[in-house]
Write a protein that binds this ligand. Structure first.
Ligand code: ATP
Ligand code: MG
Length: 359
């Protein structure tokens, strides 16, 4: 996490964007601080791209305001031209010019700004060196791999030293291995060029790995915003819990206040939570991360310990996914691969991992 300055680079206030009767973005507010990587996740059609397009100036808001470095750049009444905003954008398709060399692709924006040839050359050389592609300067995009093209697209944005970099699923065309590699490179490059970025992804692992903070959107609205660890450990509702990580979502028979939190009734099994009974609003569900369910061969010390039968064990390499049944309570766990189907095991769930969430 980079140092966070008091004035945000970007301040989005009550942003709304309607297309006819559809509110693609519905009254969202958030800010991004210098050096921060903010990641937006959420289901298809929830308004992620529209949010970025409003910030970039490719769409005009229906309501609300967007401020960049303290200057109003967009509202329903006012719109600064996209090229004057100092914002860089990288798309899923890298949108490189096929008939221009890598050098020319990266130089293009600087030429349009009327920089001197020598200055352009040195800045492009520097950017290509930083992304490790200086030897590719005279080649054409079609002769580069997807990952290399992605680096060119990034260099092309970075060379303009944008105040803010917007990335709309730039890694989603890559295969899983390369995506992981590029994710780390992307993060390094954003830090290296000292940029501030908003990144959209469908991939929750990518979101966790890249983000200083995550925004989870649904139906044009923000469901939750927070540090990856907080969103992961304390999702506010079922949508977020499902979207970030895998959770057991359980419906309790009853919840009562207990010492240091609440006692949750699942019939024969009762679980203590460190949260107050009203933490998830009226009629909450209970979320327990699959890796928060510990399996033990013999009953361990501590709270929330109960016996269960393994009804299915799926080997995942390194660990296993277990389906478990404890007197009608069905749970899924991800744990070390020491148990087999039919075996009786002892489960333990830390009270802090028993989360009350809005249904
Ligand atoms: N130009 C447009 N005209 C009409 N409706 C639009 C337009 N652009 C987006 N929408 C609608 O706005 C909603 C949000 O779209 P958006 O592209 O922002 O979603 P998204 O979160 O980026 O989805 P995905 O993950 O599939 O890329 C969708 O219902 C979409 O159909
Ligand atoms: Mg999109």
């Amino acid at each position: 996490m980079q140092e966070i300055h008091a004035t945000p680079v970007l301040d989005v206030r009550s942003l709304t964007k309607a297309f006819g009767a559809t509110k693609a973005v519905d009254d969202i507010s958030f800010s991004v601080h210098a050096g921060e990587i903010l990641v937006i996740v959420g289901g298809s059609g929830c308004g992620k791209t529209t949010t970025l397009r409003c910030i970039a100036g490719l769409e005009e808001p229906t309501g609300g305001e967007i401020h960049l470095d303290g200057v109003l750049i967009a509202s329903a009444q006012h719109s600064m031209a996209p090229e004057r905003r100092g914002i860089g954008m990288v798309f899923q398709s890298y949108a490189l010019w096929p008939h221009k060399t890598i050098f020319e692709n990266v130089a293009y924006g600087l030429e349009r700004r009327g920089l001197k040839t020598q200055e352009i050359r040195s800045r492009v050389d520097e950017a290509l060196t930083q992304v490790g592609l200086q030897e590719f300067a005279q080649r054409f995009p079609s002769s580069l791999s997807g990952g290399q093209q992605q680096r060119v697209a990034l260099a092309r944005s970075a060379v303009l030293r944008p105040k803010l970099l917007l990335l709309d699923e730039p890694l989603s065309n890559l295969d899983a291995k390369l995506r992981e590699h590029m994710r780390d490179e992307l993060q390094e490059m954003i830090r290296l060029f000292d940029m501030t970025a908003i990144h959209i992804t469908h991939d929750q692992e990518e979101a966790m790995a890249l983000a200083d903070r995550i925004i989870c959107m649904r139906n044009g609205r923000i469901e939750q915003i927070g540090a990856p660890r907080d969103v992961y450990r304390s999702p506010v509702n079922r949508y977020v819990a499902d979207f970030i990580g895998s959770s057991n979502i359980l419906e309790p028979l009853g919840i009562e206040a207990a010492q240091g939190g609440s006692l949750i009734d699942f019939g024969s099994v009762k679980l203590r939570s460190t949260q107050a009974p009203d933490a998830g609003g009226a009629k909450p569900s209970i979320a327990v991360r699959v890796e928060a369910v510990e399996l033990h061969a013999s009953a361990p010390e501590g709270e929330n310990v109960f016996a269960a039968t393994v009804t299915k064990a799926t080997y995942l390499g390194g660990n296993s996914l277990y389906r478990l049944e404890a007197n009608g309570l069905r749970l899924t766990a991800r744990a070390s691969d020491d148990y087999t189907c039919g075996e009786t095991v002892h489960l333990r769930i830390a009270p802090g991992d028993v989360r009350l969430i809005a249904p």
